[in-house]
Design a protein around this ligand. Structure first.
Ligand SMILES: [Zn+2]
Length: 61
């Protein structure tokens, strides 16, 4: 099944394993984290959990 990425607009093919799923998936195109809920192969909810990651900033402790 496919979902539309809220960040880049591409449709992300997440496969049939996600036909009944609630949790996070990563957009392969832009790297944004999407929080999705699917039921019986239908998308019930999609929201952006985390926008595109910026370059890793290392913090010195
Ligand atoms: Zn995307």
């Amino acid at each position: 099944m496919k979902i539309n990425c809220l960040s880049c607009g591409h449709s992300v093919d997440i496969g049939d394993a996600y036909d009944d799923y609630e949790g996070q998936v990563k957009c392969f195109t832009c790297g944004a984290i999407l929080e999705i809920r699917t039921e019986e192969g239908n998308v019930r909810a999609v929201k952006l959990a985390q926008a595109v990651m910026s370059p890793p900033a290392k913090k010195a402790h």
